[in-house]
Design a protein around this ligand. Sequence first.
Ligand code: NAD
Ligand code: TYD
Length: 343
Amino acid sequence: MNTILVTGAAGFIGSNFVRTLLRDRPDCQVLALDGLTYAGNLENLADCLTDARCRFIRADICDVESLAPVFADGLSAVVNFAAESHVDRSILGAQAFARTNFVGVQVLLDLARKHEVQRFLQVSTDEVYGSLGETGLFTENTPLAANSPYSASKAAADLLVQAYHHTFGMPTLITRCSNNYGPYQFPEKLIPLFVTNLIEGKKVPLYGDGLNVRDWIHVQDHCDALLLVLERAMPGSLYNIGGNCELPNIEIAQRLLAHLGHDESMIERVKDRPGHDRRYAVDITRINNDLGWQPRVEFSSGLAETIDWYVSHKTWWTRIKSGEYLTYYEKQYGPSGVVGVKE
Ligand code: NAD
Ligand code: TYD
């Protein structure tokens, strides 16, 4: 039986990945670990935790003592999603980003090395490559040129992961994906923030000229690619993952407005993000050639389904926007604030 440790499991992509594992790999046991920062929400895993193959552990990935017993039980793989993930927050303060995104990865690597874990997948981002001009794509050979404190902390972690492979022969894997959308995304990111604001009748804050370009991928496509890399990629390999779907932010805003029956008066032009990367676009030739992966969810239908998900899960996001979600863990597991292994 495979036991897979998924860190950052109560976040957006981590919770979707846990659901994917339980659905597609009947043989696996999942240890869903999360420190439950502001971005972690145990409600994202509520359905998964009714499955006897899935156990939740509240722990900080920087805390060796909490993690040691988890590794001592014997793991077949670690998939690390745990991170501070919001660029705007990294501009306000980089400390938590340096700590979790770099030190946390070092702690996980050391434990995985000590316990000879056979697969270590670091979930990274295309943002480590910096910003593109009007043409060209990020390939796996594009030099690292991170611009935000968030992307700099992710790039530093990628280098550390590669160093552990080079120095110790650790069986590491790195993926660098573009912007995800889909269910359970924290409503501070572009798409869920705009959708939930519009449902509430509030304006949407569009940064700068609205012409910054992102490549969008449905979270299910990302999770499918991760599972393939986890199971089939060569140790030490690195793969870009992307949706082949470049769009300027203004167009995302217009599509959301149209779907929800609003006009452009609901767009509020606001001051640009400092150091705002202009364009991301990802070349996915390598993962396509080596593993036969390509994105399957077409953007228009994926976006429509995603909007409908937020419309029909109003309780989920109103509890986040009001802060009420922060009491859910306490209600399930007793007093919060205790970081450690929970049975
Ligand atoms: P998220 O913010 O929704 O989730 C991050 C999770 O990590 C949260 O549940 C949080 O509680 C947990 N966490 C944070 N610090 C922790 C710590 N010290 N110990 C334990 N848990 C901790 O982020 P996401 O969008 O799901 O992103 C997941 C990963 O994927 C991140 O590593 C991110 O860099 C990467 N990624 C995200 C995207 C995207 O578009 N969202 C794209 C490419 C890569
Ligand atoms: P975001 O979802 O924060 O992802 P990232 O910065 O990691 O790509 O932002 C996506 C794009 O949307 C980015 O160009 C910034 C822009 N944006 C806005 O215009 N308004 C907003 O309120 C947010 C959160 C983002």
